[in-house]
Design a protein around this ligand. Structure first.
Ligand code: URA
Length: 202
């Protein structure tokens, strides 16, 4: 590992330690002040995440896009409208679930977060998961699969359960992909039905 790589992991450890005592509100305040990676310089708003603080079901996306950056809320653009429909089709409301992202600041031009950005931001998400204690995590697309499990191959891995510290994890396609490729909604619906079964909604 090069020097900046080891610095990055040192910073991640330091953040993990600092967040250990924080609740969600304090963690959100820390995120608002965060300058842990270059995305801080171009953000309009930090998009911390939102929803029920003890949600059974948590969704994890990639990172804020244009509308999310403008409003400071996750999944409020077109992909967000589709995610809301998916949540409602599962017999939940948006307020009953929790929605977060791998990075909390918008990557320029909606590119994927770099490994450095994801590493710097991950302690926030991991503490959110620890505090919310969802029964099921749904990973939306390849980016959370990569940064939470270091796995590639969303097409192969979607629809099969993973485990994160005792929490059942279902990887599926990202709603933005479904907007470009509507036939894939069928597979996502199969994945979400598996989640519904676990949560007593089916
Ligand atoms: N796409 C994401 O992955 N996250 C958002 O918050 C919005 C769009």
């Amino acid at each position: 590992m090069n020097e900046s790589g080891s610095d990055m992991y040192g910073m991640q450890l330091e953040a993990t330690e600092r967040f250990r005592e924080m609740g969600l509100a304090q963690l959100e305040q820390a995120a608002e002040q965060c300058c842990g990676c270059p995305l801080a310089g171009s953000r309009t708003n930090v998009v911390f995440g939102e929803g029920a603080p003890a949600a059974d079901l948590m969704f994890i996306g990639e990172g804020p896009g244009f509308h999310e950056d403008q409003q400071g809320r996750p999944f409020v653009g077109r992909a967000g409208d589709l995610l809301t429909k998916m949540i409602e089709a599962m017999h939940f409301t948006r307020a009953e679930v929790y929605i977060g992202n791998i990075v909390k600041c918008r990557p320029p031009d909606n590119r994927n977060p770099t490994p450095e950005e994801a590493t710097a931001c991950l302690p926030y998400l991991l503490r959110q998961i620890e505090l919310i204690k969802p029964r099921v995590l749904v990973l939306l697309g390849a980016v959370p699969l990569k940064h939470l499990f270091n796995k590639t191959g969303i097409t192969r891995l979607r629809g099969s359960w993973l485990d994160y510290r005792g929490i059942q994890v279902m990887p599926t396609f990202h709603p933005a992909y479904l907007l470009r490729n509507p036939p894939a909604k069928r597979e996502v619906w199969q994945d979400l039905q598996m989640v519904m079964k676990v949560l007593g909604k089916l």
